[in-house]
Design a protein around this ligand. Structure first.
Ligand code: NAP
Length: 326
């Protein structure tokens, strides 16, 4: 099968398209022919092995996973003898970041990582949803119940996670402020943002506005600045950001949250948890994936560079195989 592989951390040039052995099916696994994958910022991090702390998990000197790619949509070709819920021919989707391998024509994964693809959803849209959509949903669900009229701020709103978080927050009736670079602000308005802030011109934490929920995919403020920007009972949910900031929120954030009704925390992503609920919102039309661009498998390095350069508006999708079903 064709796959994009790498054997050392680096820039997208270290990726090569090669013919490799098709994976061997385990008893609890399903073999999926991948039609479409999508690019996530985790792929970018894994490609470069940065932040360096990630190497403790993903390989200290060289990457443990030779094929990256964590969001997939495709069809089941074979199932292992212990597989109970899926069968050959099923159209499936899921975040397979537990085992990786999405930038390839085939992957073997445990069935619990996959969900049946709703027939009304295209494979392109299905591949764009799992990781970013679920991170967005979990950031709005786990620490607070967002209600109509709540003020929500999303820092880094124009990327994969933010475009989902904005739409989910709007569907719950929140008043949403989106922070991102100037080029993405019009798209964010069109998607329903009530207010937008160009982070290169203004610092949301210095404006004096306060929020019930701050979702931050790019966390780069001090815990004190975050706390000042929260209303009583407000929550900060950090999804990603610089290591010093993550450490500060993780360590100092819990101390500062003690005896205070404003809480600061980091979201620990649980892959695919809540995906069914998100798919219901998508079927109702409350949320739709924002597709930045579509590339083929051989152009994964270009697609990753586009994400790394901050040019993507929403999700970048990779057409892995030719297919003519829906
Ligand atoms: N918590 C977990 O368990 C978990 C699991 C998986 C992934 N993650 C994290 O989840 C995050 C996913 O983000 P994503 O996929 O939405 O990323 P993305 O698609 O790269 O979007 C990030 C957005 O932030 C904007 N941005 C950059 N610098 C900014 C700044 N200083 N202020 C405000 N906005 C800024 C970028 O725009 P410009 O570049 O144009 O400025 C871009 O639009 C990543 O941080 C990833 O590491 C967390």
């Amino acid at each position: 099968m064709k796959a994009i592989i790498y054997s050392k951390y680096g820039n997208p040039e270290v990726l090569q398209m090669k013919d490799v052995e098709k994976p061997v099916l385990g008893d609890n696994e399903v073999l999926v022919k991948i039609y479409v994958a999508s690019v996530n910022s985790w792929d970018w991090d894994l490609l470069r092995g940065k932040p360096y702390l990630y190497r403790l998990i993903f390989g200290v000197f060289k990457p443990k996973h030779k094929i990256i790619g964590c969001d997939i949509a495709g069809r089941v070709e074979l199932v292992g003898k212990n597989v109970k819920h899926l069968k050959a021919g099923d159209a499936v989707m899921g975040d397979i970041s537990e085992c990786w391998g999405g930038f390839a024509e085939y992957v073997c994964v445990p069935e619990r990582l996959l969900t049946l693809k709703p027939s009304e959803l295209s494979f392109e849209h299905a591949a764009a949803i799992p990781q970013a959509g679920v991170l967005a949903l979990q950031s709005l669900q786990k620490s607070i119940t967002v209600k109509s009229g709540d003020k929500v701020l999303i820092n880094g709103a124009g990327g994969g996670v933010g475009t989902f978080a904005l739409q989910i927050a709007k569907s719950l009736g929140a008043e949403v402020t989106c922070v991102d670079s100037y080029q993405k602000l019009e798209m964010l308005y069109n998607l329903g943002a009530d207010h937008v802030i160009d982070y290169k011109q203004e610092d949301f934490a210095e404006k004096g506005s306060r929020y019930n929920l701050i979702i931050d995919v790019i966390a780069n403020h001090s815990v004190f600045a975050y706390k000042e920007a929260l209303l009583p009972n407000g929550r900060l949910v950090v999804i990603g950001g610089t290591i010093p900031c993550l450490l500060q929120v993780g360590l100092l954030g819990s101390l500062l949250s003690f005896n205070d009704n404003r809480k600061l925390g980091i979201l620990i992503h649980e892959p695919n948890e809540g995906l069914d609920l998100l798919l219901d919102m998508i079927k109702k039309g409350d949320v739709k994936p924002v597709i930045d661009s579509i590339y083929t498998l051989k152009d994964v390095p270009i697609a990753l560079q586009r994400l790394g350069d901050g040019k993507a508006v929403g999700k970048i999708v990779i057409k892995v195989s030719e297919y003519n079903d829906v």
